[in-house]
Ligand binder design. Sequence first.
Ligand code: ADP
Ligand code: ZN
Ligand code: ZN
Length: 742
Amino acid sequence: MAKLHPSNELIFRVAIPVPVYRLFDYLAPDNVELDNVKPGVRLEVPFGLGKKIAFLLEIAGHSELDASKLKRVVRILDHKPLLSAKDLRLLLWASDYYHHPLGEVISAAFPAGLRQGKPVAVQTEKHYALTDLGKATDSVQLQRTPKQKSVLEKFQSCPACLSEAELSIWNDNWRTAVKQLIAKQLLQIEVSDASVNRPEALVRDNALQCNPPQQSAIDAVCESLGQFGVFLLEGVTGSGKTEVYLQIIRTVLERGQQVLVLVPEITLTPQLEDRFRRRFAVNIALSHSKLTGKQRQTAWLQMQQGECSILLGTRSALFTPLKNPGLIILDEEHDASFKQQEGFRFSARDIAVVRGKLLHIPVLLGSATPSLESLHNVDKQRYQLLHLPDRAGSAIEPVLQLLDIRNKRIQEGLSEALIEEMHRTLAKNEQVLLFLNRRGFAPTLICHGCGWVARCQRCDANLVIHFDEECLRCHHCGKEERLMKQCPACKTGELTPLGLGTERVEKVLAELFADKITVRLDRDSTQRKGSLETYLLQINQGKVDIILGTQMLAKGHHFPNVTLVAILDVDSGLFSIDFHAAEKLAQMIVQVSGRAGRAEKPGKVIMQTRQPEHPLLTTLIKEGYRSFAKTALAERKDALLPPFSYQALLRVQASDVDTPPLFFQAVAALVQKLNTGHTQVLGPVSAPMARRAGLYRYQLLFQNTRRQELHVLLEVLIPEIAKLKQAKKVRWSLDVDPVDLY
Ligand code: ADP
Ligand code: ZN
Ligand code: ZN
């Protein structure tokens, strides 16, 4: 029975960002008027030997604990909660659903500074724009001050004004040049006035004339504004999905509401941002990993206070509070980057849908290759399908074909037939795009004399050869070694690279197409800030003939002059043990194909394969993605795999092999006691990569065809696991709805 504190003191029940599955009680702070203290405010509380930032959940009259043991809240940090009551409910739901400690979930919704207890201060950023003189000035006149010239050109290339943050992303050293251009009256500081949300001032340039499918998609969503509904906008690359978003957004803005637009990290390109800024004269905030913590916090607060109307962001922007929420858009909804893979493992897509429901606003999911989950939700009539069947404007869809390379001569991954096709394309002054999803020179270094292979000592993986940097690198833990000249085992054998990476293909292209210009786009070649943008610009200016790259190429970027796309090695995607692999491969093929022939020129997509009769490939080519998805869903149904069942994966890592079995024994005993339903428990087994970064990895899979039953078990099981003494000796985590079984 709860004890009332002798002096009837009030109790603050708070969540603290620590891995503990319960709330904490504190005595209310002294000398504070409590009437206006609302759930959601940040607090500072004593914790252990130090202090922590906590979040108030409720004020109670009593505590289960002996009041004499309770400590007192040090101070209250916010006059008003920064999160709305509905957003707080969303986080409570997410904590329940993902079985993740509430304090950590709430904490994840805040930008870093606020999470650490910093005060709320919006630093409004300055925006700069061209003056009329600046618009009319030819940048050649600034020949002698190249810095100023390039800044002027930057402004002249974007129709809208630019903020400090945008300039910093473009180039670190812009301030002096901007100052000098202001002095020359070519630039001015833009006064952001109250006109921001006046309807007639919302739109800068004209919308395109929509085709009928686009129009009916726009109408369907607009009719649903002000109430919950989920729409799946399916349309191939170039079918005009973004145009549909823009026109719907316009209507939302006219209602005085805000829009949250989420995209995968690599598709948040300057081109996309530009398109938004060119269309809308409202304030637009950005949130993604290339921004500083301060910039992201500013974006967060500007949305919270209603100063910005549109937020373009990646997964972590999902929880940004909205003063007047109107619509959530999630583009490329199938993309795996919407799933957070560490810490609080959540699906931004699934939480976005729940958020829409709580806020009574529509959620619009878009993709050329919708996830099987979303298509299943359409079948179940939970989502409404909106379909754009054709490419918009005059663009023509590419032709896909399989190129059987069995018994054919191959030079570093390129078959003769492909090389010929490339020559034909280049002769017409059109561009070629080659896709290979493996960076580095080659994935394996082997000794021809004794068979020794360069392995990572901390992972179950080979070291990848990076010739350019003369090193061997592990792509799993980052460990690096100098590239040796001699076999460390036999000292005499010849070291031979095995397999194919982008660096290797780049070298052979330089020989075969000596008079052509190739750029390689992968994580290694684009590390320097701004280098990706530079390459993309060169490509679009036609200065490049051959584009070679990894999945970085698969999305977002538009290459109108590319008419030949080749996927060098589709087969490596056909033999994975993860049941998600087929779906991911099909999506990748369609996404890469989408790069071809976007303008008036028809495109061709060639896939080199040694499996020309593989049903996945033939279905995809002959009947398209939807047929593939239908087949794949039928297979999942037969096997009772998601979305026809629900999964949660318990992952365990330890630095030795002896502790995990003890942990799993204790877990098994708990499961025995608590699993009153029909949840299947599969494992424990070693993870597909059994060792990584020096840690041994195991997993235990929970599966049930009834979601509810699975969650009832997890709800009692996970807090008990957290209390196990064996759990202190391993690192463990739960992944609900895992998208990756590695
Ligand atoms: P997606 O987002 O599906 O890839 P976009 O909205 O980017 O498609 O449209 C692809 C191209 O087609 C863009 O250049 C866009 O300006 C153009 N476009 C879109 N809708 C129309 C339309 N109704 N009429 C003419 N061109 C259009
Ligand atoms: Zn490693
Ligand atoms: Zn050797």
